[in-house]
Design a protein around this ligand. Structure first.
Ligand code: DX5
Ligand code: ZN
Length: 215
């Protein structure tokens, strides 16, 4: 069983409220991709947009920061109401210390694990995390092809920490690839372009919700 968290990066920003409301009935949370044009070669959104979304939706916002200065800025997202914040271990001076600070602030800390990072490489940090994001693309852009080789990491993470670690999968998740992730044990499917790039976003969101529920 996996929930759906649409990544708002591909939503229609000319009418963001309508774009999100259309898929909200099939969704358990919003995935907020924060990119700084430095850690990744793309620039997206920040707390201002989170504040706006909070006014039109009560779904939790799970933030995925792809930024260089996470130690200095994570609190912006906490103040904007983030339920969870996932970061990449290579940007934090002390990933466990950062995770503990987030937990103390009432935010669920998470680790985003790139396709070329093995579970063994981050295992020592996991105890401090409440979630992990298995990246099935290299971070930076929506609309990339799903990398199937990462799927075994979903199972490895669930085997290591069970219910103590919520495991997300992020990148190239579509009705064609979602079942593989659910079968591997993913708890949350993140999807941007497959949903918002479709001619009928609610239909795709509904299909992903069904796949997540094993229907
Ligand atoms: C990639 C982001 C993903 C991405 C998902 O850097 O973390 O969340 O936007 O986009 P799709 O679903 O289109 O691959
Ligand atoms: Zn993401």
């Amino acid at each position: 069983m996996a929930d759906l968290a649409p990544s708002i990066i591909s939503a229609d920003y000319t009418c963001l409220a309508d774009s999100l409301r259309a898929v909200e009935p099939y969704s358990a949370a919003w995935h907020v991709d924060v990119m700084d044009g430095h850690y990744v070669p793309n620039l997206t959104i920040g707390p201002v947009v989170m504040d706006a979304i909070a006014k039109i939706s009560s779904l939790p916002q799970d933030v995925h920061v792809m930024i260089g200065n996470v130690d200095d800025t994570w609190e912006w997202y906490a103040k904007a109401g983030a339920r969870r914040i996932a970061f990449h271990a290579d940007v934090a001076a002390d990933p466990v210390g950062l995770a503990k600070a987030m937990s103390a602030a009432g935010v669920g800390p998470g680790l985003a694990v790139n396709p070329d990072v093995a579970v063994a490489d981050v295992e020592g940090f996991l105890e401090a995390m409440d979630h992990a994001i298995v990246m099935s693309v290299f971070p930076g852009f929506s609309g990339q092809r799903f990398i199937p080789e990462v799927v075994s990491k979903i199972t490895q993470l669930k085997d290591l920490r069970g219910d103590a670690l919520t495991v997300y999968v992020d990148g190239g998740v579509s009705p064609a690839t979602a079942r593989l992730c659910v079968d591997a044990g993913a708890d949350v499917l993140i999807s941007a372009s497959a949903i918002f790039g479709a001619s009928d976003p609610p239909a795709v969101a509904a299909e992903l919700q069904r796949i997540g529920r094993g229907i």
